[in-house]
Design a binder for this molecule. Structure first.
Ligand SMILES: *Cc1c(COP(=O)(O)O)cnc(C)c1O
Length: 368
């Protein structure tokens, strides 16, 4: 049996260190509901991201749903987003009662094509939910300009960007709010977890109430909230992993740069250009097979035959999924660039401890 190379591998702290941190819980028996570790982790994150407020969640998806609700947008309104993302982005929009309007992406960094946003704005548009895909940062300045002009809220799905900065500022600070995911597959994890980041003081209480059934205090329920609290074990995982983050990103960068070295300037293979002013977290290595001697699907199968797992990330496009493809709004707005990219893109294995030997092997298979 060949050793399998997975597409990702969760970062974990030293076992003894984690045990040491959780030991206290056996004394306090306080396991969730805004415990001591929850508060400590929240403070550490606010400091790390240099952002006024962070509210922690049990996952990134519920963080996104909650902030969409908390924005108090006109019910049933349209939200402009892209179909080239993880299903969570669109699901959060629809599950909170809004209509997704798909804008195309640009062919260079795969984020929302800002030149195509204005055409999609109608009287019913209430917000824009752009995605920093693969850690590539959206055109923040252009989006802000449009949002101001039409009085729209902007919520960034920043799930891929924890630890990144643009012009020296953490991606927690853009738009009216940004959300992170701390899922096991992300660069930084709390097993499952997520956060909403923002500067508006008024949102702190709203979000904290909403994630706890709408309780303001033990006798007063002010919202029809759900349950989305981060527990103490998750928070401790975060506290431990946060200490490792710099080192993990450094290791990832090495792997990333070696991939680049081996795969750049090859006919039919297109890599993302590195954006200016961005400090990356090196979360993903997407490769576009565009008129290469093999198709994306052939490369996927060739690697799989050698026990190397890659992901057709993001394929299929959200607008082509069973649950969305027949919606009138989806049928109306075509996104040809997103379609083109989604049919040709493959993300290669990338994690901190992936050996350069394995990267070599992967590149050899692709190139030969
Ligand atoms: C991971 C991810 C989410 C959802 O986060 P969870 O923590 O898994 O709920 C949302 N959007 C994007 C783009 C993601 O990659």
């Amino acid at each position: 049996m060949q050793k399998q190379i997975t597409v990702t591998r969760s970062s974990m702290p030293d076992y003894k260190q984690y045990c040491k941190e959780i030991k206290e819980l056996w004394k306090t028996h306080w396991l969730t509901n805004m415990g001591k570790k929850h508060k400590q982790f929240q403070k550490e994150l606010e400091k790390f991201c240099n952002v006024p407020h962070i509210v922690l969640y049990t996952n990134g998806h519920l963080a996104l749903e909650n902030i969409i609700i908390a924005m108090n947008l006109k019910k049933g309104g349209e939200i402009i987003t892209t179909p080239f993302t993880f299903v969570s982005t669109t699901h959060a929009i629809v599950r909170t009662g809004f209509k997704p309007v798909f804008c195309d992406i640009n062919a260079t960094d795969y984020t929302i094509d800002v030149k195509k946003i204005e055409k999609l704005i109608t009287k019913k548009t209430v917000a824009i939910v752009p995605v920093h895909v693969y850690g590539n940062i959206c055109n923040i300045e252009a989006i802000e300009k449009i949002a101001k002009k039409y009085k729209l809220k902007v919520i960034y799905d920043a799930a891929h960007t924890f630890g990144e900065t643009y012009k020296g500022i953490s991606t927690a600070n853009f738009g009216d709010a940004s959300i992170f995911s701390f899922h096991a597959t992300k660069v930084f994890n709390t097993i499952e977890g997520g956060a909403v980041c923002f500067s508006n003081d008024k949102l702190v209480q709203v979000l904290n109430d909403m994630k706890n059934f709408g309780f303001r205090n033990s006798e007063s329920v002010v919202y029809i909230g759900g349950n989305a609290k981060m527990n103490e074990f998750q928070a401790i995982m975060g506290i431990c992993n946060l200490k490792l983050l710099k080192q993990e990103i450094k290791k990832r960068k090495k792997v990333f740069q070696y991939y680049r070295e081996r795969l750049q300037n090859i006919k039919g293979i297109k890599l993302c250009e590195e954006q200016k002013n961005v400090e990356y977290n090196y979360g993903y290595f997407p490769v576009l097979f565009d008129d290469y001697k093999y198709t994306r699907d052939e490369i996927f199968e060739k690697l799989k035959a050698k026990s190397i797992m890659t992901r057709k990330y993001f394929y299929p496009l959200i607008s082509d999924l069973e649950c969305y493809k027949n919606l009138p709004m989806v049928k109306k707005h075509k996104t040809p660039v997103a379609k083109y990219i989604s049919e040709r893109i493959l993300t290669l294995p990338l994690y901190a401890d992936l050996s350069l030997r394995d990267v070599n092997k992967i590149c050899d298979i692709i190139l030969k």
